[in-house]
Design a protein around this ligand. Structure first.
Ligand SMILES: Cc1cc2nc3c(=O)[nH]c(=O)nc-3n(C[C@H](O)[C@H](O)[C@H](O)COP(=O)(O)O)c2cc1C
Length: 355
């Protein structure tokens, strides 16, 4: 196959076609990321069929994420979506390298190599998750009080284990402990003016990607391609049980009653290296997509992971395997709103050739 690749990318015989490459990258770009920074970019491999996955330090959030841990976690989530899209296209992932410590932004953080089409796919029926990629959103609204069935909890735990991570779905006392730590971290972050300004910098007041108001010029609605639009934010908890991040820094001006006992889970990895952060991101997205296929909603409570002391205290004092990478709230409720995404062209642009 010698078709030329679209835009600034070069083709590789046997690799994904230009349209397929765009499909892979669009799926990857739909992943969740800290403050919707979307800190990733992609390029086809030059030496065989595959995709190079890069982190984009220009999209770092240095106060919330000084080590770039959440950035790599976000990239890991994008990488998982790319694997799902590849499975759907019948492109088997033959090799997946997580680069232990990339040397600067020009080094990929992961390399995905595809085997011959028709070769057996990755186990785990990844292709079946493809439909959930576009349905998955953060849902910051109150959930109902219906319990998640044990069988579904088992599937979520298995999804994390398949990516070499540990999902701990907490009993009441554990959930209360983790929510209290999250509330403590939220209060400390909210009291820090620099942190407030950093978070506020990723908040988008203007509607993005929406149809122009009547009377406005026709054409694609212009708007920011990243950050969190106000419409994706939820209320604060009237009872202060669920410490939803106060992105807008307004305090409890818009409150509602949340679920009485939130179902909370921690996602941990055995180590805490750059490769573990990429693993955690893949596990996060796998859990989230499986949850989506089961009608569950998910939101991330990341505040306690952002402060070293609260992060340490998140570990279960009894079993405490590994290091907690993210805290999730799961339940049944509204689906959450779609948020903007960077274009596929932007994600495939090679900064070395001019951005
Ligand atoms: C590492 C990480 C940390 C996040 N932290 C939070 C958080 O503390 N509170 C929250 O409401 N959402 C959090 N999110 C969710 C992002 O804000 C969300 O993924 C992004 O805005 C895109 O929206 P979407 O998930 O609906 O696609 C986090 C996501 C990631 C990957």
């Amino acid at each position: 196959m010698t078709e030329p690749m679209a835009g600034t990318v070069d083709g590789v015989p046997g690799g994904p076609s230009p349209a397929e490459l765009r499909e892979l990258v669009a799926a990857a770009g739909a992943a969740p990321s800290l403050h919707n920074t979307q800190p990733w970019r992609f390029r086809p491999t030059a030496d065989g069929p595959g995709v190079l996955v890069f982190a984009d330090p220009a999209r770092a959030v240095p106060l919330a994420d000084p080590d770039g841990r959440a950035m790599l976690l976000s990239v890991g989530a994008a990488l998982f979506n790319l694997r799902v899209a590849a499975a759907r296209l019948g492109l088997p992932v033959e090799e997946l390298d997580l680069v232990p410590g990339p040397d600067g932004p020009d080094e990929p953080v992961a390399v995905v190599r595809f085997g011959p089409r028709g070769a057996p796919h990755e186990p785990g029926e990844l292709a079946e998750l493809a439909g959930a990629i576009g349905q998955r959103h953060s849902s910051r609204e109150p959930f109902g009080n219906r319990d998640v069935p044990e069988a579904v909890i088992g599937e979520l735990i298995e999804a994390a284990a398949d990516e070499d991570a540990v999902l701990d779905v907490l009993e009441e006392s554990g959930a209360r402990r983790v929510l209290a730590l999250t509330a403590e971290a939220e209060a400390r972050i909210a009291a820090d003016a620099a942190r407030r300004a950093e978070t506020g910098g990723w908040l988008r007041a203007e509607p993005a990607g929406r149809a122009p108001a009547s009377g406005a010029a026709a054409g694609p609605a212009a708007g920011p391609a990243d950050g969190i639009p106000e419409w994706a934010l939820g209320p604060q908890d009237h009872e202060a049980r669920v410490p939803v991040r106060d992105f807008a820094g307004r305090g409890p001006v818009h409150t509602r009653r949340f679920e009485a006992l939130p179902q909370v889970a921690t996602l941990a990895t055995r180590g805490d290296t750059a490769a573990d952060w990429l693993r955690a991101g893949q596990a996060l997205e796998r859990v989230w997509l499986v949850a989506t296929t089961r009608g569950l909603r998910v939101s991330v409570l990341h505040q306690a992971v952002e402060l070293p002391d609260t992060r340490w205290r998140l570990r279960d004092p009894d079993s405490g395997v590994g290091t907690v990478q993210v805290v999730l709230r799961v339940g049944y409720g509204p689906p959450g709103a779609a948020t903007p995404r960077r274009s596929v062209d932007d994600l495939l642009r090679d900064p070395a050739r001019g951005r």
